[in-house]
Design a protein around this ligand. Structure first.
Ligand SMILES: Cc1cc2nc3c(=O)[nH]c(=O)nc-3n(C[C@H](O)[C@H](O)[C@H](O)COP(=O)(O)O)c2cc1C
Length: 157
């Protein structure tokens, strides 16, 4: 049975959005419903009824959350909703030359969501822009395994 998955995008220059769109296509090809949502286009009530989410975000500045995702992140931090019915995966885009700040925004979302009671499925994907790997290729491969291994064919998360 197909799952319903929401992709929450944080991006500065569009790569994470492109990645999310390709991931959406892969999920749809696999019989799932997938929606791409820019984080400045939704409120934290997007988590309201729980469900399955993928946070797809780059990192900017020095370990910073992309501009379009800052308000969403800070509202979560401030309001601290309980997210016990939320299952999530993380696709973090970054650049290994940033050292300890590599993919930090993805890590910050991961930490915050788990603090709020959400359950992460699988390990976060970290894409290194310095590696030469094409981000949408790595991400679509990752998500195909991710749905299979962590969400199960019967839809049990
Ligand atoms: C000004 C600037 C600052 C960046 N800072 C970081 C950083 O602190 N850590 C990191 O892992 N990547 C950093 N990156 C790399 C981006 O996260 C990476 O290129 C990503 O693929 C961009 O995705 P986007 O187009 O969705 O924003 C930075 C890139 C730029 C241009």
């Amino acid at each position: 049975m197909g799952m319903r998955i929401k992709l929450l995008v944080g991006t500065m220059t569009g790569t994470a959005e492109l990645v999310a769109q390709e991931v959406q296509q892969t999920l749809q090809n696999g019989g799932h419903e997938a929606e791409v949502l820019m984080m400045d286009g939704v409120g934290i009530d997007v988590f309201g009824r729980g469900g399955v989410f993928i946070v797809c975000t780059s990192t900017h500045g020095y370990g910073d959350i992309p501009d379009n995702a800052v308000e969403f992140f800070e509202t979560l931090e401030r309001r601290r909703p309980r997210l016990d019915n939320v299952v999530y995966g993380v696709i973090a885009l970054g650049d290994g030359t940033y050292g300890e700040n590599f993919c930090k925004a993805g890590a910050r979302f991961d930490e915050l969501l788990s603090k709020l009671g959400a359950r992460r499925a699988g390990k976060p994907l970290q894409h290194d822009a310095n590696s030469g790997d094409v981000p949408e290729e790595v991400a679509t491969q990752w998500v195909a395994e991710w749905v299979q291994e962590h969400l199960g064919s019967d839809g049990a998360a």
